[in-house]
Ligand binder design. Structure first.
Ligand code: G6P
Length: 623
């Protein structure tokens, strides 16, 4: 949510920042802006809409800048996802002080901004936007006018702000530095260390092209960046030595390449992503699972009474699949809750329990808050995370990396399937530990783990070109509603299939447990209603067949997801999306792919902006 990129060094700051913002545009895309130091003044350009509007504006304006070829280049940029104030040029970041000497970009919400604004206004400050962000720049400016150096002015300002924030500041009065701060969980602040240049971004794909040496700021840390490096302090002034991590992600993997959309590319990367997810974690001879950054002793595993999974959006649907895996394989009762609900219901979580946060970005505010709540109540804290170095990874006692690679499309795809497999691995590992004394059960857990060997290949089979997706897009792109039905472990897939369709095509879709159809949704069925039925060969297959019959009896249109070779479905359904035969607990990974492809094709056919659907953001770092 809101992308930030900053640069100080000898190269062209505008190019580096705009390029970085383009890679972070998935975080917000209703307006964008940039502030560049130009001799002794700050130049600001801001534009509503996509980043390309800002790029054009900057290109036009730059010919008039004094420092187009200057030695030292400094700047900050921002793509916005509006919280306070409509998307408009006046509300786009950066915001500047009244005299134009300080500029700020910000991600997060300042909970006490109204009172701070009132106080500043009573001192004569004139606000030029409707944002909460603007108070930051006026406060910093006030402290600098009182004689504080920029760093101390930033500290004094931050101490006055309530809520979670990520902030980057520049000032024409101290042109040799950028200040970056992180307070709470409102999104990451990653500093990239280069040779004679330093970068900052809210997410590492924004700067990976330039350096792989990254420092992640923790909450309540303020960094002063210069072209030769950085100094980090806590708000009490203590200097902190931070580890520099070398990131293995290949920057090319954050490019679209030959694909039309990132979402399309990410759907097609799932075979590779799953290979990476499994690689090195399963010994296929013994069936043993080893998770490098998540361990539990046999005694503690045996004592584990319950797992609470918390997550949002697609990650929450993945958690619902995981419940079947953790209960089915490890026999540990598992509850799944949205991050935004969990901590408001006084959950009965505590000692001898584990809280598992699942999050692609590792920065979703509701998930992080739920995780923190569970830890406060005494639970062991685990996470499954895709973004390396993110907060959810760092605050957990143990973490499993999704290894899906950068996911840029706002609608999550490969992180969904990778995180299901991570939960499968966790279930096998826990089964191994809890059943250590029971040879038969242990062998059963090993057999589950061995089942993973063929999964990436099975997924790859689903990625062949198939004309049926175009046929379906042509037939149904003008429908206003879809119903998705699934049962058992594939019920969460009905939710996920419907979510994918809603997110990117704006067709209303509802995911429902198939057995509940007769208690409500059946009233919606007529010859206009496409009903997607997940009817793969598993223990509830016969039940799904009777649901299909009930839909057909009311003239509904059935699109089935079914197991190859099923001649019964072929007779009953209007369209069939085939998946290869697989062990029942792994079918959701396969079912996911046709649902993603269907949503993608429908959205493209409707002319929707697949990678940047309206009103959504990739990382939601506010409550
Ligand atoms: C946003 C994204 C979704 C994502 C959800 C949770 O709503 O648009 O695609 O599933 O956040 O994100 P996380 O990074 O925590 O998995």
């Amino acid at each position: 949510m809101c992308g930030i990129v900053g640069y100080i060094g000898r190269r062209d700051a505008a190019t580096i920042i705009l390029d970085g913002l383009r890679r972070l545009e998935y975080r917000g895309y209703d307006s964008a802006g940039i502030a560049l130091l130009d001799d002794s003044r700050i130049r600001v350009e801001r534009a509503v809409g996509k980043l390309s509007n800002l790029e054009a504006q900057v290109n036009r304006a730059r010919s008039g800048y004094a420092s187009a070829n200057s030695d030292m280049q400094v700047g900050v940029g921002h793509t916005r996802w509006a919280t306070h104030g409509k998307p408009s040029e006046r509300n786009a970041h950066p915001h500047t002080s009244m005299d134009g000497t300080v500029a700020v970009v910000h991600n997060g919400i300042i909970e006490n901004y109204a009172e701070l604004k009132h106080e500043l206004q009573s001192e004569g400050v004139v606000f030029r936007s409707d944002t909460d962000t603007e108070v930051i720049v006026h406060l910093v400016d006030r402290y600098m006018h009182d004689g504080y150096p920029m760093e101390q002015a930033a500290h004094a300002t931050i101490r006055q702000l309530r809520g979670s924030q990520a902030i980057v500041l520049i000032s024409a009065r101290e042109p040799d530095k950028l200040i970056a701060a992180r307070i709470g969980n409102a999104g990451g602040v990653s500093v990239g260390i280069g040779e004679g240049e330093t970068f900052v971004a809210s997410d590492i794909p924004g700067i990976l092209e330039h350096t792989r040496r990254i420092v992640f700021l923790d909450s309540h840390e303020v960094a002063v960046l210069t072209s030769t490096g950085m100094t980090v302090r806590k708000l009490n002034g203590d200097v902190i030595q931070k580890d520099v991590q070398t990131i293995a992600w290949d920057p090319v993997s954050a490019e679209k390449g030959e694909y039309r959309h990132f979402m399309q590319k990410e759907i097609f990367e799932q075979g590779r992503a799953l290979t990476d997810t499994i690689r090195g974690r399963v010994d296929f001879d013994s069936g043993e699972v080893a998770l490098d950054n998540l361990t539990i002793s046999i005694d503690d595993a045996v004592r584990l009474k319950r797992i609470y999974t918390t997550a949002c959006g697609t990650s929450a649907n993945s958690g619902l699949v995981g419940k079947f895996l953790l209960e089915g394989i490890a026999r540990i009762p598992t509850e799944v809750d949205y991050g935004s609900e969990f901590r408001y219901r006084n959950p009965l979580v505590g000692k001898d329990m584990a809280a598992l946060g699942i999050t692609q970005s590792g920065e979703t505010a509701d998930t992080l808050a739920a995780m923190t709540e569970a830890r406060t109540k005494g639970a062991r804290l685990w996470s499954i995370v895709n973004s390396i170095g993110s907060q959810a990874e760092r605050i957990a006692d143990g973490s499993i990396s999704m290894r899906a690679g950068p996911e840029i499309g706002v609608a999550s795809t490969k992180a969904f399937t990778s995180s299901i497999v991570d939960q499968y691995l966790l279930a096998c590992y826990l089964a191994q530990q809890t059943m250590a004394e029971h040879a038969k059960l242990r062998e059963q857990a090993a057999a589950y783990a061995r089942d993973l060997a063929h999964l990436p290949n099975l997924v790859s089979q689903l990625l062949e070109p198939q004309p049926i997706y175009d046929d379906l897009a042509n037939a149904f792109h003008d429908r206003r509603h879809f119903l998705y039905l699934g049962r058992g472990i594939n019920y969460p897939l009905a939710l996920e299939g419907a979510l994918k369709l809603k997110e990117i095509s704006y067709i209303h879709a509802e995911g429902y447990p198939a057995g509940e159809m007769k208690h409500g949704p059946i009233a919606l069925i007529d010859e206009e209603m496409p009903v997607l039925c997940i009817a793969v060969r598993d223990s509830v297959y016969d039940k799904m067949i009777s649901q299909i019959e009930q839909v057909k009896a009311r003239n509904g249109i059935v699109i089935a997801v079914a197991t190859e070779g099923d001649s019964v479905i072929e007779q009953k359904a209007d369209y069939v999306l085939w998946i290869p035969d697989a062990p029942p607990l792994l079918t959701p990974v396969l079912t996911a792919v046709p649902l993603q492809r269907l949503a993608y094709h429908l959205a493209v056919r409707r002319g929707c902006d697949v990678d940047q659907p309206r009103n959504l953001a990739k990382s939601v770092t506010v409550e």
